[in-house]
Structures are given as structure tokens and as C-alpha cells.
Write a protein that binds this ligand. Structure first.
Ligand SMILES: CC(C)CCOP(=O)(O)OP(=O)(O)O
Ligand SMILES: [Mg+2]
Length: 240
């Protein structure tokens, strides 16, 4: 089990390996994606039990649009039904839901559901779930730079005043007061960031597991957190 101390405040999750899991189990690729809901809801429940305050999950990247249209449509429908059907659960568990990423390319029905779920859950304070849909770390940094440049141009900000906290206010993760994940977990054995939270993950602890996302449950989550609890986070400082 987990000891009470050194529970990460903010956990980021790259939920990867759905199609390989399906293939290994002789199932169609989409059944791997279908695991998103039960797996995510189990992890959310554990975050609430353990006192984790922010969970940011990579659901769909700016690069995932190159996938077959049928798969993209399936995923968009899956996100919409998750945000609709789990709304009662989010309210009961006091989970606030925010979506990060550019909504403009998303189906209108999903955009509407995002607005509804974001609005309905906005005062919940037990856990803040940030779902990254059509999110890209570099796109996030670029849109923040554009906004900051506009503020300088409009005389609202002086270049010399631009610091980390001011820049954080322009990033998509500005919805939370803890934008820097303490722990990043990536499933399925891939050892890369895939353009997730490029700026925010600068000093995060990374944990990789061979388990594909559909197999990621309490046992795997506990192992990731126990690994985190053993880390010495020096943030570039002295060895103690
Ligand atoms: C869209 C994304 C959350 C899906 C993650 O699983 P995946 O489709 O990348 O699965 P594979 O890495 O096994 O191909
Ligand atoms: Mg993948």
C-alpha cells in the first residue's frame, strides 16, 4: 500500500497501447479504446482516495488526426459519451473537469458536451481532471507566446516583466493552480513524451510501464506512486 506522505499533487497520464492490447487479445482496435472509460474512472476514484488534486490525461494529440477517419470518429464519440455519461459520477465525487487542447476541429456535438460538462463541474474541488483533446505541447507554448506578444503590443505587459508565472497564465493549463505534474506515467512501454505538456513537464518525475492502458489498474497505479515516493527530487539542487 501507499504511505500517506509524498503523494504527488498533480499526476499526468499518457494512456497508450490500446490497439496493441486489442491485437494481442484478438479484438478489433476500437475495443482497446473502449477501455478508456472504465480505466480512467478507476484511476480517478483512486486519485480521490489518495488525495491527488490534479490528473491530466492525454486523450488525443494534435498528431492523432492522421489516423483512419473511422478511428477518429470512434474516439470523438467515445470522449463525448464519457463527458455525458460520467457527469453524475463527476458531480458525486466532486470532480471538476476541464478540457485542454484546441476545440475548433472537434465535432460540434463534442464541443457542446465539453461546454456542458465544464460548466456543470466548475465548482467541484476534490479533484481536477484535465482531459487533453486535440492538445499539443508545442501548440500550447506557441498560442501562449502569441497571446503574450499581443499583450506586449497592446502595452499591457512589458517584455522585462514576462516571467514563469505570467507565462503560465497564458498556457492551457492555467485552469489549475498546479500546472506542473509531479509525476508523469506513460503506459505501453513507449519512452517518449509525444508532444505532451512540453513546458509543464520540465521537472516532473517520469514513470514508464510496459502495461498497455487497458491493463492499467490499481496494482499498476500503486507501483507508479511507490516508485515516485522513492525518488529524490533535487530540482537541480545539491545532493543531500
Ligand atoms: C488516442 C490514444 C489515447 C490511443 C492510445 O492507444 P494507441 O491507439 O496509440 O495504441 P497503440 O499505441 O497500441 O497503437
Ligand atoms: Mg500509441
Amino acid at each position: 500500500g501507499l504511505t500517506g506522505e509524498r503523494i504527488p499533487k498533480h499526476v499526468a497520464l499518457i494512456m497508450d497501447g490500446n490497439r496493441r492490447w486489442a491485437k494481442k487479445n484478438g479484438l478489433p482496435p476500437m475495443s482497446g479504446h473502449a477501455a478508456l472509460v472504465p480505466r480512467l474512472m478507476e484511476v480517478l476514484g483512486l486519485c480521490c482516495i489518495w488525495g491527488i488534486k490534479v490528473l491530466t490525461v492525454y486523450a488525443f494529440s494534435t498528431e492523432n488526426w492522421i489516423r483512419p477517419q473511422m478511428e477518429v470518429d470512434y474516439l470523438m464519440e467515445l470522449f463525448e459519451s464519457l463527458l455525458r455519461e460520467q457527469l453524475e459520477d463527476f458531480m458525486r465525487n466532486e470532480v471538476r473537469v476541464s478540457i485542454i487542447g484546441d476545440p475548433v476541429k472537434l465535432p460540434i456535438s463534442l464541443q457542446k458536451q465539453i461546454t456542458k460538462t465544464t460548466e456543470t463541474t466548475k465548482n467541484n474541488s476534490k479533484l481536477h481532471l484535465l482531459m487533453a483533446i486535440n492538445y499539443g505541447g508545442r501548440a500550447d507554448v506557441l498560442q501562449a507566446c502569441r497571446n503574450m506578444a499581443l499583450k506586449v503590443k497592446d502595452g499591457l505587459v512589458k517584455p522585462e516583466d514576462i516571467n514563469e508565472s505570467l507565462f503560465n497564465e497564458e498556457l492551457e493549463t492555467s485552469v489549475t493552480e498546479f500546472p506542473y505534474p509531479d509525476l508523469l506515467i506513460r503506459t505501453s512501454g513507449e519512452l517518449r513524451l509525444s508532444n505532451f505538456l512540453t513546458w509543464q513537464l520540465a521537472y516532473s518525475e517520469f514513470y514508464f510501464t510496459e502495461s498497455p492502458w487497458p491493463d492499467f489498474g490499481e496494482k499498476e497505479f500503486v507501483m507508479a506512486l511507490q516508485s515516485f515516493q522513492l525518488r529524490q527530487r533535487r530540482f537541480g539542487g545539491q545532493d543531500k
